[in-house]
Design a protein around this ligand. Sequence first.
Ligand SMILES: Cc1cc2nc3c(=O)[nH]c(=O)nc-3n(C[C@H](O)[C@H](O)[C@H](O)COP(=O)(O)OP(=O)(O)OC[C@H]3O[C@@H](n4cnc5c(N)ncnc54)[C@H](O)[C@@H]3O)c2cc1C
Length: 435
Amino acid sequence: MDKIEKKMKKYSYWLDTVDQDFLKDANLPEKSDALVVGFGYTGLHAAFEMAKNGMKVCVIDKCNFGDGCSSKNGGQISNLLKPSIEKLTKKYGFEKAKSIRAEGVNALNWIIEFINKENINCDFIRDGLFHGAHTPTEFNKFVEESKKLKDIEGIETYIVPKSEQKNEINSNLYHGGIVFPDHSSLNPAKYHKSLIQKAKSLGIVIIQNCELLSYKKNSDIFNVETNKGVTNTENLIIATNGYTSKVTPWLNRRSIPIGSYVIASQELPKSFISQLFPSNRHITDSCRVVYYFRASPDKKRIIFGGRVSSREIDLHDSAPLLLKDLKRVFPDLPEINVSHSWMGYVSYTFDHLPHTGQIDGVFYSMGYCGSGIALSSYLGMKLGKKVIKDKEGHTAFDSLKFPTRPLYYGRPWFLPAVVELYKFRDSREINKYIN
Ligand SMILES: Cc1cc2nc3c(=O)[nH]c(=O)nc-3n(C[C@H](O)[C@H](O)[C@H](O)COP(=O)(O)OP(=O)(O)OC[C@H]3O[C@@H](n4cnc5c(N)ncnc54)[C@H](O)[C@@H]3O)c2cc1C
């Protein structure tokens, strides 16, 4: 019997790979040139640009290191945006669609350059993604897509037929797949910690457990209230992504928070992990409710994530559900224990695109739709450049309308029904091909 360890840690495995005692308490300054709310990848990259331009920057976060998405994600870095070029072309025309899609590629290229240039120690590796087809129909779509990606967008991929799938993943579940060799991976907590250390070296003030409670614009200054006191700032930057709340009501009506759940297995022999992931790539699949998984960078654990239930649930309940789904991928997996179980909120949007810009003088960037390591870093950097009025801050997303829906006020009441339906359809399609 698989066991959910009694001592299972209800926090991210990645946190055990870094020393967390590195952020000392700082005082909220009376005033700053820029106040960034949220110290994830978006907020920190925005802060770098402003600090490099000589601004006095303060970054606050209502949580501690390790609580936001930026230190506990799956560590898989993509160059794709969710909507296809066809969908975007219908809405915006071909040229605009191409420029929007190109931002995904720009984001991946930019983060790789940043990590290399800044010597960021985060177990970065260009390991490539194997994206498995959960039905033969999906596989046929991959074959078409692969050609279009190369011809129209210059994105390299190659097709892996089912007969060769064992070279990529030791599972029979998929009907072949598509490999994106440029996709990469990292240890999110190490990346996040390095960014915070870089921020401190640039003189940026970082304050944990400091929540934005309200703000008011008075001529050119924002009067800001937090649980740690009041402060004034010339520029207010909101980088709260899946944790956006009513304190910014316009953004709250446009960001859909969705919980994503992850487990880490106990340590396993490296030789065994290599059998499961023979090409050492990270994996996702074509299910509507996607699974994402990989070996840990030290090749001792399986990290397996996805949306396990229609509603948000306790980490003790999500762990066995994820373990069951992991066993569907690797049915021959022996009895294993789960050592860590965690979750975090990603921000989806109604058009499945990230959005960045300014509303009532407040700068924002969010809505990475679960694929935000590269995008939030890149768009955070662009946002910082926007604040300093650098032309390089322009992005293809700037002119897009940030949509909401009637009766949506930040609580996704429709989500359980949608997830339930999607999971039902995925399971029905998968089970059709299992004996
Ligand atoms: C389980 C999981 C797995 C994921 N896997 C991947 C993956 O494999 N690949 C990928 O590309 N992306 C992945 N993502 C998404 C990715 O982690 C995010 O897109 C990215 O980290 C977003 O960064 P951010 O800085 O915008 O937001 P966050 O890192 O979430 O930071 C937002 C911060 O805002 C703070 N905040 C909110 N409100 C306030 C307030 N009022 N006052 C002060 N602070 C506030 C929050 O405390 C939080 O720390 C995953 C996410 C999760 C949760």
